[in-house]
Write a protein that binds this ligand. Structure first.
Ligand SMILES: [Zn+2]
Length: 313
């Protein structure tokens, strides 16, 4: 109980609390330091623990062993950013705590950023910190299903006709843990097709051994090693009855994509799915989500600009 209370008390619970707590660059740097080096500074070059805080460079430590200088943001998603840490923190807070997230355009206007590009880059980098590499696989009873997500091009949204043949469409596999009559955590993944190979790879990457998988009677779910399988035979109209939670997950995803982003683009789709899942899995702990986002961000290697902006082939 005490641990829970202490964990909860670490996160700002309101805008005013957030503003008071992260009013300065040094308050943000201190918070990042603690997320990055919870046991104290460790030199990324030689592993030495002793270091001096430099007076001449902001939030930079010089290793007592090898002399290497490491800033608190080096090697994180904030690496080499010209934006103040306070701006990063605001962006992370808004992205993590808004129930539907925030578009780059909204972020630009809320934070008074100079350009749309800056806002877009902030969002793209934060989105890459939305998957915890150490997350636990789903377990217990897990519903799994697939969907076709409409995507948009530069001009208008394109509505993809329903059906399972996947050529030229954005295919997404989804799984969701069921606890009694309530959904818990979810996973979403872009897949290349609805064949056995892709479906097996998705399920094995998402669930723990001995999971009880519930699906419709699509044959690609058969014979997944180590997974117990309960296929419910349904007619095409009744999927939402047999698999209510994946059905709801996909319809929420589509609504979110239209509402916040006016439809997703093919480029970087997986990162948008990651954002959706990040928020879904933390829907009851939004303030803790802010801490999670910065903690993962403090350990996430920055993506090069050319990777962030790459276009779909
Ligand atoms: Zn060193």
């Amino acid at each position: 109980m005490r641990a829970v209370f202490e964990a909860e008390s670490r996160f700002p619970r309101s805008l005013i609390e957030f503003q008071n707590r992260f009013a300065t660059e040094s308050a943000c740097a201190q918070y990042l330091f603690e997320r990055r080096w919870p046991e104290g500074f460790v030199c990324p070059g030689c592993g030495e623990g002793r270091a001096w805080l430099l007076k001449t460079k902001a939030f930079t430590y010089e290793c007592a062993g090898c002399g290497r200088q490491t800033s608190v943001t080096a090697g994180t998603i904030m690496h080499a950013s010209k934006l103040p840490l306070t701006t990063w923190f605001w962006a992370a807070f808004l992205m993590a705590t808004h129930s539907n997230g925030i578009s780059a355009l909204q972020l630009q206007s809320q934070l008074g950023l100079g350009s749309y590009r800056t806002a877009w880059m902030l969002c793209a980098k934060l989105r890459r910190a939305m998957v915890n590499p150490a997350r636990e696989p789903l377990c217990g009873i897990v519903e799994a299903d697939e969907a076709i997500i409409p995507f948009r091009t530069k001009n208008d949204p394109i509505v993809v006709p329903a059906g399972r043949s996947g050529i030229g469409k954005m295919l997404v596999a989804g799984a969701i843990e069921i606890d009694g009559d309530k959904p818990r955590r979810a996973r979403l993944k872009v897949i290349e097709g609805f064949g056995k190979q892709q479906i097996h790879a998705f399920v094995l990457g998402a669930v723990a051994p001995r999971t009880q998988l519930v699906t419709d009677d699509w044959p690609s779910y058969q014979d997944i090693p180590g997974v117990r399988h309960n296929a419910i035979t349904v007619g095409p109209m009744a999927a939402h009855i047999a698999l209510p939670w994946t059905h709801r997950l996909f319809s929420n995803l589509k609504r979110w994509a239209l509402g916040v982003y006016h439809g997703l683009r093919r480029t970087n789709l997986q990162h948008y799915l990651d954002e959706f899942v990040f928020r879904f899995n933390r829907r009851r702990t939004r303030h803790a989500a802010f801490d999670t986002l910065l903690r993962i961000g403090a350990r996430t290697t920055p993506a090069p600009y050319r990777v962030l902006i790459r276009r779909a082939a």
